[in-house]
Ligand binder design. Structure first.
Ligand code: 4NP
Length: 172
């Protein structure tokens, strides 16, 4: 096991709206400090209804507006192997977390967390934008961007020229 978690699975319900965005945004944030190659990032859904599908066009669009291309992603369902193969399984909402805990072995339960809480920005859900309009996707984008920056910082993947909270950098 590495010192810092580096294999991260972002999880939502359908794997077409929130978690594909989280995957793309986190990689983009890590890439701004040249740290994207330190991570193995993927996303999955607790449901399999959309398996094999590209992300929702509204997610593709909001990502593209912010310079991120998520169009090549394909949805898949969470598998038993994911609990072994990833260091962290980060659910977008409490229902995702509950489902993950229910499917986890006792050994892997410590890997399952609520994304925003693990990132340190509060015990909050990323709202499901599926049944809403385009602004819901922009809101989700902003939340995920803030959380991705906080997560990257927590995992030591941040800009050494911009230390957070005045801490000295320890990036090597
Ligand atoms: P996601 O959004 O979990 O963020 O991918 C949803 C996608 C599809 C459905 C619900 C939520 N659905 O009911 O099909």
């Amino acid at each position: 096991m590495p010192a810092q978690p580096s294999r991260i699975l972002f999880v939502c319900l359908g794997n077409i709206c929130r978690s594909p965005l989280a995957e793309g945004i986190f990689l983009s944030v890590a890439a701004t400090v040249g740290a994207d190659n330190r991570f193995a990032i993927d996303s999955a859904g607790t449901g399999a209804w959309h398996a094999g599908s590209p992300p929702d066009p509204r997610s593709i669009q909001v990502a593209a507006r912010h310079g991120i291309d998520i169009s090549a992603q394909r949805a898949r369902a969470v598998s038993a192997a994911d609990f072994e193969n990833f260091d962290l399984l980060l659910g977008m909402d409490r229902s995702n977390v509950e489902t993950l805990i229910g499917r986890s072995t006792a050994r892997a339960e410590h890997k399952v967390h609520l994304f925003l809480e693990y990132a340190g920005i509060g015990h909050r859900d990323v709202p499901d934008p599926y049944y809403g309009g385009a602004d819901g996707f922009e809101t989700v984008y902003r939340i995920l961007h803030e959380a991705s920056e906080a997560l990257a910082s927590k995992l030591g993947a941040r800009d050494v020229s911009a230390p957070i909270s005045g801490q000295a950098s320890s990036i090597t």
